[in-house]
Design a protein around this ligand. Structure first.
Ligand SMILES: Cc1cc2nc3c(=O)[nH]c(=O)nc-3n(C[C@H](O)[C@H](O)[C@H](O)COP(=O)(O)O)c2cc1C
Length: 221
């Protein structure tokens, strides 16, 4: 698979098979992603990959926090705050595509909340990764985090695996911070659930589109 194919094939997958991944393959993917570019080669990323009992304990802790009505405490500003104009429209269109795929009407708040909760259950993925960077860092370093995330996602795709990047996994992090051994001076920016995709699952039957190129890129000469 070449880079163009991996970019085309990657999509956010929200249901997984209960099938283990060779631990050496996971290590290789993270080793290869170390070659990602970063500002002044600072490599601000720190990642904790969880599976098995640790993954399950973190899921339980996050779900229990949410069910008890705990307020989210993201350290970095969540990307969906204060969206306006075309960005808000795209956000709504994305959510509607997901609800449509699951036959959920907007008025069915309970069902929407159950679907939202799947985020903190890692969408059933056997693996989750928490990506943190030092709290003192800023936007330019967040760029590095995104570049690194894309490397990981494309490498997973190349190896027949799937993933879902999740800002949601940076929202209820009190328990995670300790259980996942996140460095004290770091804050979680996003998470990534991954594993072998459950291709037949209803939730994986939709694709969100993209804007026309001319809406996003200009070529001047
Ligand atoms: C930084 C980041 C955070 C995201 N957070 C979430 C999330 O919390 N939950 C979720 O279901 N999808 C999340 N997504 C996935 C986006 O919704 C998805 O990338 C977008 O709709 C485009 O769809 P595609 O990835 O299938 O191409 C996130 C994506 C990125 C890059």
């Amino acid at each position: 698979m070449n880079v163009s194919e991996a970019i085309k094939q990657r999509r956010s997958v929200r249901a997984y098979l209960d099938k283990p991944v060779d631990p050496d393959l996971i290590k290789t993917i993270f080793l290869q992603a170390q070659d990602s570019a970063s500002n002044c080669n600072t490599q601000p990323w720190h990642v904790v990959v969880v599976s098995g009992a640790v993954r399950d304990k973190i899921e339980q802790a996050m779900v229990s926090d949410i069910m008890s009505g705990k307020e989210p405490t993201p350290y970095f500003t969540p990307g969906d705050q204060g969206l306006k104009d075309e960005y808000r429209k795209r956000q709504i269109a994305c959510a509607i595509s997901l609800y449509d795929a699951m036959d959920i009407k907007y008025e069915e708040k309970d069902k929407r909340q159950q679907l939202m909760l799947r985020n903190w259950q890692f969408f059933g993925a056997p693996y989750a990764a928490f990506f943190s960077m030092p709290k003192t860092m800023s936007e330019i370093n967040a760029v590095d985090m995104g570049i690194y995330l894309q490397s990981i996602m494309l490498l997973l795709t190349e190896n027949g695996l799937a993933s879902c990047p999740q800002g949601a996994l940076a929202m209820y992090t009190d328990a995670v911070q300790e259980m996942a051994n996140i460095p004290e001076n770091h804050a979680i920016m996003f998470g990534l659930s991954f594993g072998y995709p459950d291709e037949q699952n209803q939730i994986n039957q939709f694709e969100v589109g993209r804007e026309e190129l001319s809406q996003c890129v200009e070529f001047l000469a």
